[in-house]
Write a protein that binds this ligand. Structure first.
Ligand code: PGA
Length: 242
């Protein structure tokens, strides 16, 4: 595990963007696992800026997003489809047929989960998986549980997750209660994982995830088993690491 700490949001975003861009420059046909939420917004902004400078192309890249809410219309401003269009896809040359987000509106969610896993398998292997970290240790929407599920599945969002995501909606009652998420098995199969965490409110969970016992009560702790994990933290999120 390689942990790097940054004293400014700007430097952290730049470092994360450089890892993503470096992956595309060295592997033009890269398969990227992408994340949503507050953390990656500034990272995608950097990626878009460098793309617009002509430094690289997404033409041959394939992307798979971690998750999507269940039963939130695709064009709702808080759907992860909208998020990805707003923050990344609308600004780059990634062909629409090469970006994948689970369909949270599928009538048969089990079939959709199988279809999503099959398309990940077909793409070979995720070269670089970008991850944020939930306050309860979730990665993607894999919430703390007695057992974690390997592949894409429907998940009931934890109360803490609903509270954290309420900031994006008019009220907590508007936050969808379920999501489709890539499983921990798929996340751990990525060749390289880039975990990015910001904020003093995440300092405790960063410590638990990276230094605590490996337990399904803190899904991110399983990342400790990954052979190629890069962790980028701002100095406040790193506050509890000695
Ligand atoms: P955040 O979410 O980036 O909005 O803090 C991270 C997560 O829940 O994975």
């Amino acid at each position: 595990m390689n942990i790097l700490t940054f004293d400014s949001d700007e430097k952290l975003n730049e470092a994360a963007a450089n890892i993503i861009i470096g992956q595309i420059q060295t592997t033009p046909r890269a398969v990227l696992g992408l994340a949503t939420g507050g953390t990656p917004v500034g990272i995608y902004k950097e990626v878009v800026r460098d793309f617009q400078r002509g430094m690289f192309s997404f033409r041959n890249v394939t992307t798979f997003n971690l998750d999507e809410y269940v039963n939130l219309p695709i064009d709702h401003p808080e759907s992860y489809h909208s998020y990805m269009n707003t923050h990344l896809f609308n600004h780059i040359d990634l062909p629409a047929s090469q970006c994948h987000i689970p369909d949270g509106n599928a009538s048969d969610t089990a079939a959709e989960c199988r279809r999503y896993d099959e398309s990940i398998e077909l793409s070979g292997q995720i070269d670089l998986q970008l991850l944020g970290l939930g306050h309860n240790g979730h990665i993607g929407f894999n919430e703390p549980a007695h057992a974690l599920i390997k592949g894409t599945h429907v998940v009931d969002l934890a109360e803490e997750t609903l509270e954290a995501n309420a900031r994006f909606f008019d009220s907590i009652d508007d936050v969808p209660k379920q999501a489709l998420t890539m499983g921990v098995g798929t996340i751990l199969k990525a060749k390289k994982i880039l975990l990015v965490v910001k904020g003093a409110d995440k300092a405790d969970i960063v410590h638990r995830a990276l230094k605590g016992p490996i337990t399904t009560d803190c899904p991110a702790s399983l990342l400790q088993t990954h052979p190629n994990l890069i962790v980028l933290l701002d100095s406040t999120a790193a506050g509890k690491l000695s």
